[in-house]
Write a protein that binds this ligand. Structure first.
Ligand code: PAF
Length: 284
């Protein structure tokens, strides 16, 4: 079922009273990564809602809001075959109000703490996580799910959303699901669509660097700088490294030494496309 309006969604949500509802927030252009979130939501919930909304306030002025892939018809087909109960695909006017200027001069924003935002993706994407938290809180308020499902690929986003939910007493449990990768190791992302075949090969550098860091950690190297330095052998002029960091996976704290709770995070441009990936150093 496809719903565009908030009032219609609220009416249906009322009929689900007493049932466990899961929300998978997306910006559409669905791929196997999203389908894995939907699968988990189906396992845990009686009803599954997928939101499809390219959120204008989480894109910077020089970012790809205009050209972000919009494939609602195909997304609907995928959701229908995955057994999704409802796809919520509002317009920006429905979400933010007709004629509403999208700036924090006149619109209420959720501002996650600077400590969590001023690192990794937040450093170059100023205001991005304000936009993400604002839309996710709005979606939680509209859908009123018991569970929200997010991918570990956007690990900083998941940490920040968990923090928001805790700090603002939002009655939603956040479930993080593992990264889904193509056979060669490239993490699935809607932005992979921007890459040529050659670019996709070059993009494997992200997972190669991360896997190598984990292998070095498993061999006993815990010095953060030494682990990070192992990346340089993989990089060439095709890759513009934006960051490579090893931080605590839950708190995003810097550490003196890597441990099983550390996560290595990378952002790198390939063919001008900004790609991110990460890996936990502990575990398999
Ligand atoms: O991860 C995403 O696709 C987006 O940031 C989200 C959570 C759907 C908010 O627009």
């Amino acid at each position: 079922m496809l719903v565009h309006e908030i009032e219609e969604l609220r009416k249906i949500r009322k009929e689900w009273c007493g049932e466990k509802v899961g929300l998978v927030p997306t910006m559409g252009a669905l791929h196997q990564g999203h389908l894995s979130l939907i699968k988990k939501a189906k396992e845990m919930c009686d009803r599954v809602v997928v939101s499809v909304f390219v959120n204008p306030i989480q894109f910077g002025p020089a970012e790809d809001y205009g050209k972000y892939p919009r494939t609602l018809e195909k997304d609907m087909e995928l959701c229908n075959s995955a057994g999704v109960d409802l796809v919520f695909a509002p317009s920006p006017e429905v979400m933010y109000g007709k004629g509403q200027k999208l700036s924090n001069d006149t619109l209420t924003y959720v501002c996650p703490p600077f400590f969590y935002v001023n690192k990794l993706c937040g450093k170059s994407r100023v205001g991005h996580f304000d936009g993400v938290c604002t839309v996710v809180l709005k979606l939680f308020n509209i859908v009123q799910p018991d569970f929200g499902f997010f991918g570990e690929k956007d690990a900083q986003q998941a940490v920040i959303i968990k923090k928001m939910v805790k700090d603002l007493n939002v009655p939603v449990e956040i479930i993080e699901c593992p990264i889904v990768r193509e056979e060669g190791g490239l993490a699935l992302s809607s932005r992979n669509k921007y890459l040529s075949e050659e670019g996709k090969k070059e993009a494997l550098v992200l997972s190669k660097i991360l896997n190598n860091i984990k292998a070095c950690y498993n061999k006993g190297i815990t010095d953060i700088d030494a682990l990070k330095e192992t990346a340089y052998g993989f990089l060439s002029k095709e890759h513009e490294l934006e960051y490579l960091e090893i931080l605590d996976r839950d708190t995003l704290d810097e550490k003196d030494k890597a441990d099983d709770n550390s996560r290595a995070f990378i952002a790198c441009r390939v063919e001008g496309v900004r790609l991110i990936d990460n890996i936990c150093l502990g575990g398999k």
